[in-house]
Design a protein around this ligand. Sequence first.
Ligand code: FES
Length: 90
Amino acid sequence: MIVCHCQNISDRDILAAIDWMRAADDKTIITPGKIYRALGKAADCGGCMPVFLSVMRSNDNLSVPMQLRNLRGRVGATQEIDNERRQKSN
Ligand code: FES
């Protein structure tokens, strides 16, 4: 099924690109932009994005790697500890 008519990208192209990116780097965050770049193309009108994202979500390899989840909370906690240390040293 053609998903992106501007660039002639099929659902199989999207799924294959996701599998390829995950196999190449298990820590990468996969975005539509990266998929376009992996396929040597660039988005044009953006009208395909809802279906494009739906196809992406159907691939189990899309999930964010465990070690990259909840970083915002961890960074915030680390930042607080650093701030407390600075205040004590002053
Ligand atoms: S249909 Fe995909 S960018 Fe236009």
